[in-house]
Write a protein that binds this ligand. Structure first.
Ligand SMILES: Nc1ncnc2c1ncn2[C@@H]1O[C@H](COP(=O)(O)OP(=O)(O)OP(=O)(O)O)[C@@H](O)[C@H]1O
Ligand SMILES: [Mg+2]
Length: 359
């Protein structure tokens, strides 16, 4: 396994800048997710690390060595793509052993390695079957076995779970994470699914339109997003236009017509001038509804406009003056109904300050 570094990496296709000046460190043995919407440059980064594409500018360093000019077959990488592309007319054993042939591994050693990799993905004994005799999830595990059998320095996974149905996908993400923990290989995982990223990653790299917007642990990018893009891409958020009314040691005081002055923590990467405009971010699950006519600090009276009942949870759309907010609350007892007068409260420590929306 190895540490991977992208240093000022840029990739252009004609006038399209697929990746703009990315600086990212993938720590040795860690599981890092590239997360972002379609077209933001995730696959392009994997292709550059794997050697399928050359960066326009910048350096790729693996295990302390610059590898820009190292050809693909000399980079010791395991790759799994979305459609997992097993050879249909070869057995599972032959599929997995494919990469070993080119590494001069003897037949008996190859057999042993194939057996071991099937143990790791928990599908022992299927060497002689053909891909179509396995389920989608099992085939996906074979693709993973094929990638890890060569004992790669780095494992590159491009939306490996996206072809699976929802239930299998959730099982496989637990399984995949467990496999990565067991073998401890440095892993770069690509997805546009935020819950997958939050559940699996040591670190998340959030990307938008070729730009790395934020790098951090899952709770860090979730709770202290560095930009409006990150705040809205991960989870359901309310963003209220606010004035920066001052600062103290714990954070910044954001003033809104709805909640008055709220002292909230600020993400390190954000600079907000005094008396500047900003936005108060409140996660939908951090707005709590109670019965009306309680007046307390950090709260406002509101009217429930719509209820999206989800069993244990309800998503409420509430109105405070001209502002509609959404709140996701656990239901204890009877849920609120449209038309109910409620009090909506927040906990300042759970909110964030963001720069103003310039658009
Ligand atoms: N070979 C290519 N030639 C021209 N443009 C390309 C090429 N490959 C990618 N692009 C462009 O670069 C940008 C980034 O593409 P990329 O495939 O990295 O996105 P992605 O984040 O993986 O998206 P998705 O989630 O849809 O897979 C897109 O605008 C895409 O159209
Ligand atoms: Mg892609």
């Amino acid at each position: 396994m190895a540490r991977v570094e992208l240093i000022n990496i840029q990739k252009s296709y004609g006038s399209v800048q697929a990746v703009k000046n990315a600086n990212v460190v993938f720590e040795e043995g860690s599981f890092t997710t590239l997360l972002g919407p379609s077209g933001c440059g995730k696959t392009t980064i994997l292709r550059m690390v794997s050697g399928l594409a050359d960066p326009t500018n910048g350096d790729i360093v693996v295990g302390g060595k610059r590898i820009n000019n190292v050809p693909i077959h000399k980079r010791n990488l395991g790759l799994v793509f979305q459609n997992y592309a097993l050879f249909p007319h070869r057995t599972i054993g032959e599929n997995i052993a494919f990469g070993l042939k080119y590494r001069g591994v003897s037949k008996s050693d190859a057999q042993e390695k194939v057996r071991h990799s099937l143990d790791i993905v928990r599908l022992p004994g299927v060497e002689d079957r053909y891909p179509q005799q396995l389920s989608g999830g099992q085939q996906q595990r074979i693709a993973l076995a094929r990638a890890i059998v060569i004992e790669p320095d780095v494992l590159l996974l491009d939306e490996p779970l996206s072809a699976l149905d929802a239930n299998l996908r959730e099982d496989m993400r637990v399984e995949l994470k467990a496999i990565q923990d067991r073998i401890g290989v440095t892993t770069i995982f690509v997805t546009h699914d935020q819950s997958e990223a939050l559940a699996m990653s040591d670190k998340i790299v959030v990307m938008s339109a070729g730009v790395v917007e934020q790098i951090g642990a899952p709770d860090e990018v979730y709770n202290t997003p560095a930009s409006e893009f990150v705040a809205t891409f991960l989870g359901a958020s309310n963003l209220l236009p606010a004035t920066v009314a001052g600062r103290n040691e714990t954070g910044v005081i954001m003033e809104t017509p709805e909640f008055g002055k709220t002292c909230v923590p600020v993400a390190r990467s954000i600079t907000l001038g005094d008396a500047a405009k900003g936005q108060l971010m409140i996660r939908a699950e951090n707005l709590h509804l109670t019965k009306a006519s309680i007046t307390k600090i950090d709260s406002a009276n509101a009217v429930v406009e719509a209820v999206d009942y989800q069993g244990q949870l309800a998503r409420y759309f509430v109105r405070i003056g001209n502002t509609q907010l959404q709140a996701i609350n656990m239901i204890s007892g009877r849920p609120f109904s449209a038309g109910d007068k409620v009090n909506v409260s927040l906990i300042p420590e759970e909110c964030s300050a963001l720069p103003a929306n310039d658009t």
